[in-house]
Design a protein around this ligand. Sequence first.
Ligand code: HAM
Length: 415
Amino acid sequence: MDNFSSPRGMRDFYPEDMVLRNRIFDAWRAAAVASGFEQYDSCVVETLELLQRKAGEEIVDQIYAFKDKSDRDLALRPEMTPTLARMVVARQGSLRFPIKWFTIAQCFRYERTTRGRKREHYQLNLDIIAEESISAEAEVLFAAVSALRKMGVPDEAYRIRVSNRALLSELLLSLGVKEQFHQGAFIALDKKGKIPREQIEAILREEGLDDEACTAAFNLMDISSFEDAEKLVGEGSPAVKQLRELFALLDAYGIGGQAVFDISVIRGLSYYTGIVFEAFDTKGEFRAIFGGGRYDNLLSTIGGDPAPAVGLGFGDVVVGELIKALDLPATEEKELIVLGYMSDEQRFATTKLAAKLRAEGKAVSLMTHKQKPKAFFSTAAEKGSHAIYIGPDDCEKGVAKLKNLATREETEISL
Ligand code: HAM
């Protein structure tokens, strides 16, 4: 072997990389638990059948698929939502709804690797199933914002762009575009700014829109306020009402300042049916931090009873880049006592001290070989917050010194 890098787009996490990863995962878990979400998990291998859907979605073309030795078509999941739907449908008769579940899922997508896009990433998924109320959207958004706050990311550093596919549907209907063409139109319009306009128009025409409807559909993307939208769909628009309600709820949570209405947010996944959202860094340097929305038909699409659902996926890669770019100070200092000794005579006393301190709940890194003081203290300074070094005198006296490596303060502890 002459190449020791991971396969392209896959990631190795050396101990120093785990510091950032744990900061993200710890914040995710703490925020989800603090908002009453329950954790679930599943295997990264899924049946290909569950993951494949109507063509047109980028994610379906990016699946890592393979056959097992019994010729089963399997795949590494590119996202968690179909698996969640499957797990919920399997117990639809016995679960107490609504449910609020979260997971930290490793996902694989064969993507062009760029800054913020890898072929392997971890995603916090927060989902609420069987809740019709817009409070569900507000609740998942609040948990995502709490996670960002726990990571130390300031509120000004990002904005959540919110729209509603139901509004786009109402608008398309007002242009005379029939409902059966809407899903195709969503997926095509979502590509605005990502691929040339002619290509999008070609897709729209394939979906059955004539030239006039294509131009009109494009122009819809310029709508910038609820009032503008209401001029086309009327004041009683149910979709605008939902959006106004969501913004009012976000204000009640104290996170309204981070949310903005943006009609061009459609999302590339076909299962969304209502409110959709994506969070981006304010400077516009990175791809989406998180994204999600309402998907009221997915459970019935895979064969379950109909149930409304809302959720989001929050990846570790983009937020990791953002934390690095903002140069945010560490959120918590870990305490670790590095424990060493001078010669073999102190080996057992030192080992016993390590066991005693660990039993008290302290984190202790015990040196597994004797060391000279200079070598020991240089290792200790690199790895730990505190150090204890045991020499012959300490053993004789039965006391050792616990040194705080930051303040140089010393306290005595009994051996
Ligand atoms: P998504 O927008 O495809 O949604 O992904 C959600 C987030 O995962 C993105 O905003 C990004 O942070 C991260 N992500 C996705 N692909 C990559 C990649 N190749 N490299 C790094 N990060 C990536 C979904 O996956 C939906 N299933 C979310 C959802 C849950 N909707 C409802 N419930």
